[in-house]
Write a protein that binds this ligand. Structure first.
Ligand code: ATP
Ligand code: MG
Length: 150
C-alpha cells in the first residue's frame, strides 16, 4: 500500500510523547510531507517504534532526539538521532542480531529482550530498503533507514 511517510512517523511520535516528557527528553521532528513510499504500514510503524524506543531508552534525561525525513529523487530517508550513551564500535555490527545487548548487566535494568533491531533489520530487508546505525560512545547514536519512493 502507498504510505504517507510523514504522517506515519507523526503517529508513532505521538505515542511516545508522554514517556519522553517523563524523561524530559525533547523530540524534534522535521518531516518532508512529500514522502510517499510503498510498503506494509503496520511493519514500518514497528520499525519506527523500535528505533524511537531505543533512542529514548538509551538516552539520559534532559537530552534531545531528532527525527528527520527527507524525500530525495528516488528514495526517502529517515534519520533518528539521539544524544544517548552510544554503542561501542566493536558492538555495532552485532546489535542487529537477535538477543544481542551491549553490556548486558548495565542494560538489564532497562528492560528489553534484544530483539528490536533484529526485527527492524528484517522488515527493512523485506521492503528492499536499507538500515544503518552509526554511533559514538558518550555522544549518541543515529539510525538511518531508506525506502524507495513511489
Ligand atoms: P528490545 O527487544 O526491547 O528492543 P533491546 O533494546 O535491548 O530490547 P535492540 O533494540 O535490538 O534490543 O538493541 C540491541 C542493543 O543495542 C541494546 O540492548 C543496546 O545495548 C544497544 N542499542 C540499541 N539502540 C541504541 C541506542 N539508540 N543507543 C545506545 N544503545 C543502543
Ligand atoms: Mg530496543
Amino acid at each position: 500500500e502507498p504510505i504517507a511517510f510523514a504522517q506515519l512517523v507523526t503517529d508513532v511520535v505521538e505515542t511516545f510523547e508522554l514517556i519522553a516528557r517523563q524523561k524530559n527528553i525533547q523530540i524534534n521532528s522535521q518531516l518532508d510531507e512529500d514522502s510517499i513510499i510503498y510498503g506494509d504500514g503496520d511493519r514500518l510503524e514497528q520499525v519506527i517504534r523500535n528505533l524511537l524506543d531505543n533512542a529514548i531508552r538509551y538516552t539520559p534525561e534532559h537530552k534531545a532526539i531528532s527525527l528527520t525525513l527527507t524525500s530525495k529523487d528516488e528514495f526517502s530517508e529517515l534519520v533518528i538521532s539521539d544524544e544517548g550513551i552510544g554503542i561501542p564500535e566493536e558492538d555495532i555490527s552485532a546489535v542487529t542480531e537477535r538477543f544481542y545487548r551491549v553490556h548486558k548487566a548495565r542494560t538489564r535494568e532497562k528492560g528489553g529482550t534484544g530483539l528490536g533491531l533484529a526485527i527492524v533489520s528484517q522488515i527493512m530487508k523485506k521492503h528492499g530498503g536499507t538500515f544503518e546505525l552509526s554511533s559514538k560512545v558518550g555522544q549518541g547514536t543515529s539510525a538511518r533507514i531508506t525506502l524507495k519512493n513511489i
